[in-house]
Design a protein around this ligand. Structure first.
Ligand code: SF4
Length: 291
Protein backbone atom coordinates (compact mmCIF):
# COMPACT_ATOMS: atom_id res chain seq x y z
CA UNK A 1 0.00 0.00 0.00
CA UNK A 2 1.23 3.51 -0.79
CA UNK A 3 1.17 5.66 2.35
CA UNK A 4 2.56 9.08 3.24
CA UNK A 5 2.96 10.23 6.89
CA UNK A 6 2.19 8.33 10.10
CA UNK A 7 -0.48 5.63 9.98
CA UNK A 8 -3.07 6.52 12.54
CA UNK A 9 -6.16 4.42 13.12
CA UNK A 10 -8.44 3.56 16.06
CA UNK A 11 -8.30 0.03 17.60
CA UNK A 12 -11.78 -0.67 16.22
CA UNK A 13 -10.30 -0.49 12.68
CA UNK A 14 -7.63 -3.13 13.40
CA UNK A 15 -9.17 -5.57 10.90
CA UNK A 16 -10.03 -2.98 8.26
CA UNK A 17 -8.38 -2.52 4.90
CA UNK A 18 -6.47 0.79 5.10
CA UNK A 19 -6.31 2.93 1.96
CA UNK A 20 -5.02 6.49 2.06
CA UNK A 21 -7.32 9.10 0.53
CA UNK A 22 -5.94 12.20 2.26
CA UNK A 23 -2.54 13.04 3.71
CA UNK A 24 -2.05 14.93 7.00
CA UNK A 25 -4.63 17.13 8.71
CA UNK A 26 -6.05 20.40 7.31
CA UNK A 27 -6.35 21.83 10.84
CA UNK A 28 -3.11 20.63 12.49
CA UNK A 29 -3.37 23.11 15.38
CA UNK A 30 -4.61 21.07 18.36
CA UNK A 31 -2.19 21.71 21.22
CA UNK A 32 -2.22 18.10 22.44
CA UNK A 33 -1.71 16.41 19.06
CA UNK A 34 1.70 15.51 17.67
CA UNK A 35 0.64 13.40 14.73
CA UNK A 36 1.32 15.84 11.87
CA UNK A 37 3.23 18.62 13.64
CA UNK A 38 6.32 17.77 11.59
CA UNK A 39 4.33 17.25 8.42
CA UNK A 40 3.36 16.13 5.92
CA UNK A 41 1.13 19.06 4.99
CA UNK A 42 -2.51 18.33 4.23
CA UNK A 43 -3.36 17.21 0.72
CA UNK A 44 -5.95 15.11 -1.04
CA UNK A 45 -4.72 12.24 -3.21
CA UNK A 46 -6.00 12.06 -6.79
CA UNK A 47 -9.09 9.87 -7.09
CA UNK A 48 -7.42 7.82 -9.86
CA UNK A 49 -4.54 6.90 -7.50
CA UNK A 50 -6.90 5.95 -4.67
CA UNK A 51 -8.83 3.75 -7.08
CA UNK A 52 -5.57 2.13 -8.19
CA UNK A 53 -4.76 1.29 -4.55
CA UNK A 54 -8.23 -0.18 -4.08
CA UNK A 55 -7.67 -2.29 -7.21
CA UNK A 56 -4.26 -3.44 -5.93
CA UNK A 57 -5.85 -4.50 -2.62
CA UNK A 58 -8.56 -6.30 -4.57
CA UNK A 59 -5.89 -8.10 -6.61
CA UNK A 60 -4.07 -9.20 -3.44
CA UNK A 61 -6.99 -9.95 -1.15
CA UNK A 62 -9.88 -10.69 -3.46
CA UNK A 63 -13.36 -9.30 -2.94
CA UNK A 64 -13.73 -10.54 0.63
CA UNK A 65 -13.17 -7.29 2.50
CA UNK A 66 -15.77 -6.41 5.12
CA UNK A 67 -14.43 -3.14 6.46
CA UNK A 68 -12.49 -0.27 4.87
CA UNK A 69 -10.90 2.66 6.68
CA UNK A 70 -9.51 5.73 4.94
CA UNK A 71 -6.94 6.83 7.58
CA UNK A 72 -5.28 10.26 8.18
CA UNK A 73 -6.39 13.24 10.20
CA UNK A 74 -9.57 14.53 8.61
CA UNK A 75 -10.58 12.63 5.49
CA UNK A 76 -14.11 14.00 5.83
CA UNK A 77 -12.62 17.35 4.69
CA UNK A 78 -11.89 16.02 1.20
CA UNK A 79 -14.23 17.20 -1.58
CA UNK A 80 -17.57 15.41 -1.25
CA UNK A 81 -17.77 14.26 -4.88
CA UNK A 82 -14.32 12.63 -4.67
CA UNK A 83 -15.02 10.92 -1.33
CA UNK A 84 -18.39 9.70 -2.61
CA UNK A 85 -16.75 8.36 -5.78
CA UNK A 86 -14.15 6.28 -3.91
CA UNK A 87 -16.81 4.97 -1.50
CA UNK A 88 -18.97 3.85 -4.45
CA UNK A 89 -15.97 2.30 -6.18
CA UNK A 90 -14.97 0.40 -3.04
CA UNK A 91 -18.47 -1.05 -2.74
CA UNK A 92 -18.32 -2.08 -6.39
CA UNK A 93 -14.94 -3.83 -5.95
CA UNK A 94 -15.77 -5.36 -2.58
CA UNK A 95 -19.41 -6.49 -2.64
CA UNK A 96 -19.13 -7.85 0.92
CA UNK A 97 -18.11 -4.46 2.32
CA UNK A 98 -20.17 -3.68 5.42
CA UNK A 99 -18.42 -0.55 6.64
CA UNK A 100 -16.46 2.42 5.30
CA UNK A 101 -15.03 4.72 7.96
CA UNK A 102 -13.16 8.04 8.10
CA UNK A 103 -11.89 10.41 10.76
CA UNK A 104 -13.61 13.78 10.83
CA UNK A 105 -13.50 16.78 13.17
CA UNK A 106 -16.74 18.58 13.93
CA UNK A 107 -15.60 21.76 12.15
CA UNK A 108 -15.23 19.92 8.82
CA UNK A 109 -18.42 17.93 9.30
CA UNK A 110 -20.22 21.20 10.08
CA UNK A 111 -18.77 22.81 6.94
CA UNK A 112 -20.08 19.90 4.87
CA UNK A 113 -23.61 20.32 6.16
CA UNK A 114 -26.45 17.84 6.15
CA UNK A 115 -26.99 17.53 2.37
CA UNK A 116 -23.39 16.53 1.62
CA UNK A 117 -23.35 14.10 4.53
CA UNK A 118 -26.50 12.51 3.13
CA UNK A 119 -24.79 12.24 -0.28
CA UNK A 120 -21.84 10.48 1.39
CA UNK A 121 -24.14 8.12 3.28
CA UNK A 122 -25.84 7.22 -0.02
CA UNK A 123 -22.42 6.53 -1.55
CA UNK A 124 -21.71 4.07 1.27
CA UNK A 125 -19.78 6.02 3.90
CA UNK A 126 -21.04 4.38 7.06
CA UNK A 127 -19.08 5.57 10.10
CA UNK A 128 -17.22 8.71 11.23
CA UNK A 129 -14.78 8.82 14.17
CA UNK A 130 -14.92 12.31 15.67
CA UNK A 131 -12.44 13.75 18.15
CA UNK A 132 -14.95 15.61 20.32
CA UNK A 133 -12.28 15.81 23.07
CA UNK A 134 -14.53 18.00 25.29
CA UNK A 135 -17.89 19.73 25.26
CA UNK A 136 -16.54 22.76 27.08
CA UNK A 137 -16.02 25.91 24.99
CA UNK A 138 -13.23 27.29 27.22
CA UNK A 139 -11.19 24.11 26.85
CA UNK A 140 -11.95 23.82 23.13
CA UNK A 141 -10.50 27.29 22.73
CA UNK A 142 -7.44 26.59 24.89
CA UNK A 143 -6.59 23.39 23.04
CA UNK A 144 -7.23 25.12 19.68
CA UNK A 145 -9.68 22.51 18.49
CA UNK A 146 -11.17 24.99 16.04
CA UNK A 147 -14.79 24.30 16.93
CA UNK A 148 -17.43 25.04 19.56
CA UNK A 149 -19.85 22.96 21.61
CA UNK A 150 -22.74 24.27 19.52
CA UNK A 151 -21.01 23.30 16.26
CA UNK A 152 -20.09 19.86 17.67
CA UNK A 153 -23.73 19.19 18.58
CA UNK A 154 -25.02 20.27 15.16
CA UNK A 155 -22.33 18.29 13.32
CA UNK A 156 -23.13 15.18 15.35
CA UNK A 157 -26.86 15.49 14.80
CA UNK A 158 -26.38 15.88 11.03
CA UNK A 159 -24.16 12.78 10.87
CA UNK A 160 -26.82 10.73 12.64
CA UNK A 161 -29.67 12.20 10.63
CA UNK A 162 -27.79 11.35 7.42
CA UNK A 163 -27.72 7.72 8.56
CA UNK A 164 -23.97 7.51 9.31
CA UNK A 165 -22.76 5.87 12.53
CA UNK A 166 -21.06 8.26 14.88
CA UNK A 167 -18.21 7.53 17.25
CA UNK A 168 -17.22 10.42 19.56
CA UNK A 169 -13.85 10.44 21.36
CA UNK A 170 -13.43 12.17 24.71
CA UNK A 171 -10.04 12.98 26.26
CA UNK A 172 -10.19 12.56 30.04
CA UNK A 173 -8.05 15.15 31.84
CA UNK A 174 -7.78 17.51 28.86
CA UNK A 175 -9.02 20.44 30.99
CA UNK A 176 -6.34 19.83 33.63
CA UNK A 177 -7.03 20.38 37.32
CA UNK A 178 -8.58 23.82 36.74
CA UNK A 179 -11.36 22.68 34.48
CA UNK A 180 -11.95 19.04 35.40
CA UNK A 181 -15.49 19.46 36.71
CA UNK A 182 -16.48 21.80 33.89
CA UNK A 183 -15.03 19.32 31.36
CA UNK A 184 -17.01 16.38 32.79
CA UNK A 185 -20.34 18.21 33.01
CA UNK A 186 -20.21 20.02 29.67
CA UNK A 187 -18.95 16.96 27.81
CA UNK A 188 -21.82 14.90 29.24
CA UNK A 189 -24.24 17.63 28.21
CA UNK A 190 -22.95 17.78 24.59
CA UNK A 191 -22.98 13.98 24.31
CA UNK A 192 -26.53 13.86 25.69
CA UNK A 193 -27.60 16.34 23.01
CA UNK A 194 -26.02 14.23 20.23
CA UNK A 195 -26.63 10.68 21.50
CA UNK A 196 -23.79 9.21 19.36
CA UNK A 197 -23.69 5.48 18.62
CA UNK A 198 -20.38 5.16 20.48
CA UNK A 199 -18.53 7.18 23.10
CA UNK A 200 -14.85 6.30 23.38
CA UNK A 201 -12.75 7.46 26.32
CA UNK A 202 -9.05 8.24 26.09
CA UNK A 203 -6.90 9.65 28.90
CA UNK A 204 -4.71 12.63 28.19
CA UNK A 205 -1.05 11.71 27.75
CA UNK A 206 1.31 14.58 26.87
CA UNK A 207 3.05 14.04 23.55
CA UNK A 208 6.46 15.20 22.35
CA UNK A 209 6.58 18.25 20.05
CA UNK A 210 3.28 19.62 21.36
CA UNK A 211 2.38 23.00 22.83
CA UNK A 212 0.53 21.32 25.70
CA UNK A 213 3.67 19.46 26.82
CA UNK A 214 5.50 22.79 26.76
CA UNK A 215 2.72 24.34 28.90
CA UNK A 216 3.00 21.45 31.40
CA UNK A 217 6.75 21.94 31.68
CA UNK A 218 6.26 25.67 32.25
CA UNK A 219 3.73 24.93 35.02
CA UNK A 220 0.84 26.45 33.06
CA UNK A 221 -1.19 23.23 32.90
CA UNK A 222 -1.65 20.85 35.84
CA UNK A 223 -2.31 17.28 34.87
CA UNK A 224 -4.77 15.14 36.83
CA UNK A 225 -3.56 12.24 38.98
CA UNK A 226 -4.97 8.79 38.09
CA UNK A 227 -7.62 9.07 40.84
CA UNK A 228 -8.58 12.57 39.73
CA UNK A 229 -9.07 11.17 36.22
CA UNK A 230 -11.32 8.48 37.69
CA UNK A 231 -13.33 11.08 39.61
CA UNK A 232 -13.71 13.10 36.42
CA UNK A 233 -14.82 9.96 34.57
CA UNK A 234 -17.33 9.24 37.34
CA UNK A 235 -18.85 12.71 37.09
CA UNK A 236 -19.06 12.46 33.30
CA UNK A 237 -20.69 9.01 33.43
CA UNK A 238 -23.07 9.98 36.19
CA UNK A 239 -24.36 12.78 33.97
CA UNK A 240 -24.36 10.80 30.72
CA UNK A 241 -27.95 9.80 30.02
CA UNK A 242 -28.22 9.35 26.25
CA UNK A 243 -28.49 5.85 24.79
CA UNK A 244 -24.98 4.96 23.62
CA UNK A 245 -22.25 2.33 23.79
CA UNK A 246 -19.31 3.32 25.96
CA UNK A 247 -15.80 2.01 25.32
CA UNK A 248 -12.45 2.88 26.84
CA UNK A 249 -10.42 0.38 24.85
CA UNK A 250 -7.12 2.25 24.93
CA UNK A 251 -3.65 1.92 26.51
CA UNK A 252 -3.87 5.44 27.94
CA UNK A 253 -6.77 4.65 30.28
CA UNK A 254 -6.42 3.74 33.96
CA UNK A 255 -9.53 1.58 33.93
CA UNK A 256 -11.30 -0.26 31.15
CA UNK A 257 -14.97 0.65 31.10
CA UNK A 258 -17.32 -0.90 28.61
CA UNK A 259 -21.08 -1.00 28.59
CA UNK A 260 -24.38 0.25 27.35
CA UNK A 261 -25.66 3.55 28.66
CA UNK A 262 -27.98 3.90 30.50
CA UNK A 263 -28.48 0.17 31.28
CA UNK A 264 -24.94 -0.50 32.57
CA UNK A 265 -24.33 2.85 34.19
CA UNK A 266 -24.59 1.68 37.82
CA UNK A 267 -22.21 -1.23 37.18
CA UNK A 268 -19.67 1.11 35.53
CA UNK A 269 -19.94 3.62 38.37
CA UNK A 270 -19.33 0.78 40.87
CA UNK A 271 -16.19 -0.28 38.95
CA UNK A 272 -14.90 3.27 39.20
CA UNK A 273 -15.66 3.34 42.95
CA UNK A 274 -13.73 0.09 43.41
CA UNK A 275 -10.76 1.48 41.45
CA UNK A 276 -10.83 4.64 43.56
CA UNK A 277 -9.98 2.45 46.58
CA UNK A 278 -6.87 0.99 44.89
CA UNK A 279 -3.39 2.09 45.84
CA UNK A 280 -1.93 4.71 43.44
CA UNK A 281 0.87 2.23 42.56
CA UNK A 282 -1.79 0.11 40.82
CA UNK A 283 -2.08 2.61 37.95
CA UNK A 284 0.20 2.98 34.96
CA UNK A 285 3.04 5.48 35.44
CA UNK A 286 3.20 8.94 33.88
CA UNK A 287 4.88 8.97 30.49
CA UNK A 288 5.37 11.27 27.54
CA UNK A 289 3.97 9.83 24.34
CA UNK A 290 6.22 9.58 21.33
CA UNK A 291 3.73 8.26 18.77
S1 SF4 B 1 -6.29 16.10 16.85
FE1 SF4 B 1 -7.13 15.67 14.82
S2 SF4 B 1 -7.87 17.70 14.12
FE2 SF4 B 1 -6.44 18.09 15.81
S3 SF4 B 1 -4.48 18.42 14.81
FE3 SF4 B 1 -4.55 16.24 15.39
S4 SF4 B 1 -5.33 15.20 13.56
FE4 SF4 B 1 -5.78 17.38 13.31
Amino acid sequence: MRYVGPIYRPPSEADSLLIQATIGCPHNKCTFCMVYKKGPAYSVRPVAEIKEDLETAHGQLGGKIHSLFFPAGNTIAMPTAALAEICRYAHQLFPQLERITVYGSSRYIYRKGYEKLKELAEAGLSRIHVGLETGDDDILKTIKKGTTAREQIQAGLWVKEAGIELSEYVILGIGGKDRSEQHALKTASVLNAIAPDFVRLRTFVPKINTLLLHQIRKGRFQMLSPKEVLLETRLLLDNLNCPTLLYSDHYTNYLNLEGRIPADKERLLSSIDEALAWDESHFRPFFVGTQ
